[in-house]
Design a protein around this ligand. Structure first.
Ligand SMILES: [Zn+2]
Length: 297
């Protein structure tokens, strides 16, 4: 099994989107109102070469995102893309020797525009997404929430990802992506209410393809939610569950926009969690919650 980190161009957002400031509506307005732009971030998509066929997690951005609808304030004031057609996921996979026909499954962590942007390259693949996320992203309401459902390919009709009550680590529910069970999805609500992440088991190590569960490994560890999440408690709880996961087993944590994600994957650099947290887990029988202070980098 081999995982490729593929950079489908760059995105620029406000710093207050990456690290939420304040609370409630104030926090959610800061990505619009703040004048402070963050540095350009990569837009990663992931391709996994697997015995059951190649699996793509998120499809990245597309060159069409350089022109966004001006009627939407978020698109007008708060986000910018830098991507050429040859940087889209399809052509980059081709140059790795992975043709569209080789991609058996595409899993979408959520349907934001820099995650569903490469869908057009995969008309023959099985596409898995959360049904609730699909409903949220569709139609005029979806467009108002910052999705671009009108740009989905005409054939786009993903298979709903069905959760089973089989726990994985700190997560109560999961869904198998491969028959072998070495690639699964878990619900990681927060950034969007039905956001999910994909976990690849690779020997002793687990690799978390986190989508936008957090923008950075650092903000996951510090428990800093983003400027987008609607429900702060839900987002906090997800970050806590991810920290617990990292404490249970060596974990390579790969958000879709963390500038360090590709290096961490290449170097197989796992998240460091303090020894104290690990021993807490070894003796814990109840529900596990790890506070930001206990998780150290
Ligand atoms: Zn997103």
């Amino acid at each position: 099994m081999r995982i490729h980190a593929i950079t489908t161009g760059r995105v620029r957002v406000k710093q207050a989107q990456i690290e939420g400031r304040g609370h409630g509506l104030w926090r959610q307005l800061q990505p619009l109102l703040s004048p402070e732009w963050a540095d350009w971030s990569p837009v990663y998509a992931w391709a996994i070469e697997h015995p059951e066929g190649a699996i793509v997690v998120d499809t990245g951005a597309n060159a069409g995102l350089k022109s966004l609808p001006r009627w939407h304030p978020y698109f007008q004031f708060s986000v910018g893309f830098d991507i050429e057609p040859e940087q889209e996921l399809g052509p980059q996979l081709q140059s790795l020797g992975i043709g569209a026909g080789d991609v058996k499954t595409v899993v979408l962590t959520h349907l934001h525009i820099d995650h569903d942007g490469g869908l057009a390259h995969f008309p023959q693949s099985r596409i898995l997404a959360s049904n609730e996320e699909l409903k949220r992203a569709a139609g005029i309401r979806g467009a108002a929430l910052g999705y671009l459902p009108n740009r989905w390919p005409k054939w786009f009709d993903p298979e709903p990802l069905v959760w089973s009550e089989s726990p994985y680590g700190s997560f109560r529910r999961s869904a198998r992506i491969t028959t072998a069970g070495d690639i699964i999805a878990v619900p990681t609500p927060g950034h969007t209410p039905h956001h999910l992440s994909v976990i690849v088991s690779d020997g002793d190590t687990q690799i978390v393809l986190a989508g936008d569960a957090s923008y950075l490994e650092r903000t996951m560890l510090s428990g800093t939610i983003d400027g987008i999440s609607a429900d702060e408690a839900v987002a906090q709880s997800t970050l806590s569950d991810i920290r617990a996961l990292c404490a249970q087993r060596p974990t390579i944590y790969l958000p879709a926009h963390d500038p360090q994600s590709a290096d961490r994957l290449r170097e197989r650099k796992t998240v460091s969690v303090s020894q104290q947290v690990k021993s807490t887990i070894a003796t814990s029988t109840g529900e596990l919650r790890i506070s930001p202070a206990e998780a150290t980098r």
